[in-house]
Write a protein that binds this ligand. Structure first.
Ligand code: CA
Ligand code: CA
Ligand code: CA
Length: 168
């Protein structure tokens, strides 16, 4: 699904697809710290071996489509966080904590922005709201779903904490 792959080479590097407004789909393989990515268009993804990664930590680029997908290719546990766009976030064999992030409010008539998160094997924890799809298969650990409210400005005092254990 990706048109090209770009690998990080050193800490602090700045990476870009074909310019900040490229509409190609680019996969960034990020195995270094503090790598900045500038990519405005297309459906782009990050593969990382870093144990913590937040798409929200990337620099702001206005209303562009930015980076949508995040997958963990390292060892141990992964904490992965999305951004305001529709994210696919995929963990690995560790006990992962995955959060699609607070999604952008849809324009009039547009469908809600929905995240899809999958922790795979291991005892994973999902931070979800009403617009989250969690994918787990039978036998992939004892996982926990924590339901939280929507964006803070909608329910500034509401925080729903609803841990459940999925029997797999
Ligand atoms: Ca999201
Ligand atoms: Ca996992
Ligand atoms: Ca799991």
């Amino acid at each position: 699904m990706y048109d090209q792959t770009i690998n990080s080479e050193f800490d602090g590097q700045s990476l870009s697809g074909n310019g900040p407004w490229s509409f190609e789909n680019t996969l960034y393989v990020v195995n270094h710290n503090n790598v900045s990515i500038y990519d405005g268009g297309g459906i782009d993804g990050i593969e990382t071996s870093l144990n913590t990664y937040s798409l929200n930590s990337l620099p702001y680029q206005g209303s562009s489509s930015f980076i949508e997908n995040l997958s963990f290719k390292g060892t141990g546990n992964f904490t992965g966080t999305g951004n305001g766009y529709a994210n696919h976030i995929i963990g690995a064999s560790g006990d992962d904590t995955l959060d699609g992030g607070y999604n952008n409010y849809p324009y009039n008539g547009e469908p809600a922005v929905v995240d899809t998160i999958a922790g795979g094997t291991g005892n994973d924890t999902y931070m979800v709201d009403a617009n989250t799809v969690v994918i787990e298969n039978a036998g992939e650990g004892t996982d926990t779903v924590i339901f939280r409210s929507g964006p803070g400005w909608q329910h500034p005092h509401l925080l729903i904490y609803w841990p459940i254990t999925l029997k797999t």
